[in-house]
Design a protein. Structure first.
Length: 394
């Protein structure tokens, strides 16, 4: 029986992974090793009961008594804290879903790979902060990373049987997010609620805001470069409001392979779960005649400064991805708690990168996890300072 673990099981991607596993037979079809969650203890306990997990781990030790109570009478062990989450990744598994949000997903991703698990990677921040380290760990342990981000799953599928050397360009599609049709001058005043009203995808709160600012697409551009090893100038972004084409690969003979489907994360999650086979999935089938039109437009860099910043980060490379992601996480926290405005998020990230460029060598390659974590920590401090200055000056 296949042994599986899910990190971030209680989130949007994690919960849909649990749903697909239950549909495929649950504990009759899979042996669930570890499930981890953050604050949603009742959902974590429910999942652990349904899948008969070996261990359930929550992020905060203060929640451990509640988790223990909720799992009383079952054979599931319980634990809490970042160290316990990392240790859960040391338990042997054949397939591990990495769906914690943010840089907190990096350590379990690396640990799962180093124990030989195939890693289904939703946590794009792992590749952005430590792409070379992650890819090298997979290579050293003969394991595979399967992309779960819908765009990267689409590219992965379009590349099946192809020679990467014949790829001329990769075209990432972007919905443009909740505010894509707002006048540019109104964006500065956009609220959290408005930025959360995504037109097509139902996702976690943080990625939905990142979608409106296109920080999500900026992370994905960097993720594309790290995962597929393609030069930054061959990676394009196009706004495609319908979110039907999930991404495209252009080849040297002029052909473009596009991946189409309903915007439903259960497709890329299910693809990674069943790979290298395909299995029936409960996603809507497209009615192309009814859809009739698909539209595209070039992204406006004044509206989406995150895309310009991603190009700068790729040009620096080294530890710049770790700094970029950490600064983005702090800027997003400050936007969510009302301290800064929507467009200020990019200003905080840009100011952080500028300050770090003059005080450290951002372009230095990360040799160890500690290098990445040190840059992550420093960038968070600088971004918090930048947000305070911006707030005062605003
Ligand atoms: P959610 O916010 O819905 O879920 C995040 C998960 O991580 C939850 O289980 C949460 O626990 C847990 N978590 C949060 N903080 C911590 C922490 N510090 N330590 C341990 N666990 C923590 O996120 P999504 O499911 O939307 O996204 C997960 C990842 O997948 C992200 O990297 C995102 O960019 C990526 N992704 C998501 C897509 C989507 O459609 N949602 C699409 C493509 C990629 P709890 O909820 O219990 O607090």
């Amino acid at each position: 029986m296949r042994r599986i673990s899910i990190f971030g099981a209680t989130g949007s991607v994690g919960d849909q992974t649990v749903e697909l596993i239950e549909r495929a037979g649950g504990p009759r079809a899979f042996h669930t090793v570890a499930l981890t969650g953050g604050r949603n203890i009742s959902r974590l306990a429910e999942q652990a009961r349904a899948l008969r997990a070996e261990i359930a781990v929550c992020a905060d030790p203060a929640d451990l008594p509640a988790l223990r109570d909720a799992l009383a009478g079952t054979a599931t062990e319980t634990a809490a804290g970042p160290q316990a989450i990392a240790e859960a990744a040391d338990r042997p598994a054949d397939w591990t879903m990495s769906a914690i949000v943010g840089a907190a997903g990096l350590v379990p991703s690396l640990r799962a790979l180093s124990h030989g698990a195939t890693l289904a990677l939703a946590n794009k921040e792992s590749l952005v902060t430590a792409g070379p380290l992650l890819m090298a760990t997979a290579a050293a342990h003969g394991t595979r990373i399967l992309p779960v981000d819908s765009e990267h799953s689409a590219i992965f599928q379009a590349l099946t049987g192809e020679d990467i050397a014949s790829v001329e360009r990769i075209i990432l599609t972007a919905s443009g997010g909740a505010l894509r049709d707002w006048p540019l001058s109104a964006l500065a005043a956009a609220t959290v609620k408005e930025a959360l009203a995504h037109p097509n995808w139902a996702m976690g709160q943080r990625i939905t805001i990142d979608s409106a600012s296109m920080f999500n697409k900026a992370l994905e551009v960097i993720e594309t470069r790290e995962y597929f090893g393609i030069a930054p100038d061959r990676i394009e972004v196009i706004v495609h409001p319908e979110s039907i084409i999930h991404s495209m690969v252009g080849f040297s003979d002029g052909a473009i392979m596009a991946h189409l489907g309903a915007p439903d994360m259960r497709h890329p999650i299910g693809y990674a779960l069943n790979w290298p086979q395909r299995a029936a999935l409960p996603v809507a089938r497209l009615d192309l005649a009814q859809m009739a039109t698909l539209t595209f437009r070039a992204p406006d860099l004044a509206r989406y400064p995150a895309l310009r910043l991603a190009r700068e980060v790729m040009a620096i490379h080294g530890l710049a991805g770790a700094a970029f992601n950490a600064a983005k996480e702090i800027a997003l926290d400050r936007f969510l708690d009302g301290a800064i405005g929507f467009m200020d998020m990019a200003a905080v990230v840009e100011e952080t990168l500028n300050r770090l460029s003059s005080e450290t060598s951002l372009g230095k390659d990360a040799e160890t996890l500690e290098d990445v974590l040190a840059m992550d920590h420093l960038a968070r401090t600088r971004a918090a300072e930048a947000a305070v200055i911006l707030r005062k000056s605003g």
